[in-house]
Write a protein that binds this ligand. Structure first.
Ligand code: PRP
Ligand code: URA
Length: 242
């Protein structure tokens, strides 16, 4: 029997060496300490391949986007502060563990960011959620702020900012300006996002050098309409209406 070629190892977390991976499955490297890209496991790449596929129907798009959102929330929680917590186990042994310190809330950038609220609720029981309605102009891609409703005590909370698409960065920057105007320091904001562009990440990191970003993947760039490429199209349309 013929042996599989040495380049086709397909099993396990190291399913391909870096040089053997198709370019489009390798997140664009960026050099900002505040930006965390999820571990590039075969599971994540398979999930991203489903939601990027234009033939994926709305039901699958929702299901598989939600899977990635859950991974983002789980990673985002690792960026919150903790203090020591010692407990005694039922067999009478001490266990020197940890607990989260400080209150959190979610803030979604409407409409697409609302798709990430349930993932946060699934991990953080009774979490408060605020909303900021920002819409990008279809022609100019400039963001416009329409509305916000945020917890009154947001200045004393850590904020998980939610938006799946991070293209020029204009909408996210506008949302952070709103949060800062309500007294939230940028170092207490964690921005969770599915797909980013290198331009968006760069603009954002230069403007907010202490704000943490957790993303599943940094794509190649933007097209002439400021859509992320290869991207997945319009997330809000695919999740809510198509
Ligand atoms: C999308 C997306 C972001 C924004 C990203 O929202 O959800 O909010 O565009 O682009 P940017 O980084 O260039 O600002 P859109 O305004 O299309 O509204 P939607 O959520 O209703 O789809
Ligand atoms: N908004 C989206 O939904 N997709 C993009 O690629 C850019 C902005």
């Amino acid at each position: 029997a013929s042996k599989p070629a040495a380049t086709t190892q397909c099993v396990g977390p190291n399913y391909r060496t870096e040089s053997q991976k198709p370019t489009a499955t390798v997140s664009t490297p960026v050099d900002y300490e505040t930006v965390t890209v999820l571990p590039q496991t075969p599971q994540l790449i398979a999930l991203l391949s489903i939601i990027r596929d234009k033939k994926t129907d709305r039901g699958d798009f929702i299901f598989y986007s939600n899977r990635i959102i859950r991974l983002l929330v789980e990673e985002g929680l690792n960026h919150l502060p903790t203090v020591e917590r010692s407990v005694t186990t039922p067999v009478g042994r001490p266990y020197a563990g940890l607990q989260f310190e400080g209150k959190i809330c979610g803030v979604s950038i409407m409409r697409a960011g609302e798709a990430m609220e349930q993932g946060l609720r699934d991990c953080c029981r009774s979490v408060r959620i605020g909303k900021i309605l920002i819409q990008r102009d279809e022609e100019s891609a400039q963001p416009k702020l329409f509305y916000d409703k945020l917890p009154e005590d947001i200045a004393s909370r850590w904020v998980m900012l939610l938006d799946p698409m991070f293209a020029t960065g204009g909408s996210a920057i506008m949302a952070v300006e709103v949060l800062k105007s309500r007294g939230v320091p940028e170092e207490r904001i964690v921005f969770l996002n599915l797909i980013a562009s290198p331009e968006g990440v760069g603009n954002f990191a230069k403007k907010f050098p202490k704000l943490r970003v957790v993303t599943a993947f940094i794509d190649e760039g933007l097209d002439e309409k400021n859509y992320i490429v290869p991207g997945l199209g319009d997330f809000g349309d695919r999740y809510y209406t198509m």
